[in-house]
Design a protein around this ligand. Structure first.
Ligand SMILES: [Zn+2]
Length: 158
C-alpha cells in the first residue's frame, strides 16, 4: 500500500488541527522515522497527548473509526483523528490541507496543472499525483473557486 501515499506523506509530519478541548489552532507532530513519538500539543490550553497507534498501517477513507492506523485523505489528522485546522467546503465537497505547506502545494498544483491538463489530456491520466486528487479538484471549471478558497485558508489566523 505504501507507495500509493508517497505524495501525501511528506505533509503528515506536522499537522495543524483544531484542539478538541478549546478549539484553538493546535499541532500534531510526527516523524516517519519514529511514529511512536507522534504527539498532540495545544499551546492555548496546555493539552498534550501521546499517540498510541499502528505505526505501519496506512488507510484511507471510510474505515476511520475502527482503525488504529494512520488515516489519509480525510479532513482529520492522520493519527488522533482531530479536525484539521485548514478545511472548508466547496459545492458540498471538503477542501482541506494538513498544513500551510500542503495548501501551497495544492495551490501551485491546481494553478499550473489543471491548465496544463486542458492541452495535454493524454499525458494526464498516468501521472501520479492527480490520480489521488478527487475529480472535482481537477476540473478546470472549479479551478478559480478552489484557488480562492485555498488562499482564504492560507490566511486563516491561528
Ligand atoms: Zn486547546
Amino acid at each position: 500500500m505504501k507507495p500509493e501515499f508517497t505524495y501525501i506523506e511528506q505533509f503528515i509530519n506536522r499537522i495543524d488541527v483544531e484542539c478538541p478541548s478549546c478549539k484553538a489552532k493546535a499541532v500534531v507532530t510526527s516523524s516517519p522515522e519514529n511514529r511512536a513519538e507522534t504527539r498532540f500539543t495545544c499551546v492555548r490550553c496546555g493539552s498534550t497527548k501521546h499517540w498510541i497507534g499502528k505505526e505501519n498501517v496506512f488507510q484511507t477513507g471510510s474505515s476511520i473509526f475502527n482503525s488504529g492506523g494512520i488515516l489519509l485523505g480525510s479532513p482529520i489528522d492522520c493519527y488522533f483523528k482531530y479536525p484539521l485546522w485548514y478545511q472548508t467546503e466547496i459545492k458540498g465537497e471538503v477542501l482541506f490541507g494538513y498544513n500551510l505547506e500542503h495548501l501551497t502545494y495544492l495551490l501551485n498544483f491546481i494553478s499550473s496543472k489543471v491548465r496544463e491538463r486542458q492541452s495535454n489530456e493524454h499525458g494526464w491520466s498516468n501521472r501520479s499525483l492527480e490520480s489521488r486528487l478527487p475529480k472535482w479538484m481537477l476540473s478546470a471549471k472549479n479551478r478559480e473557486v478552489i484557488e480562492k478558497k485555498l488562499k482564504e485558508l492560507m490566511a486563516k489566523e491561528g
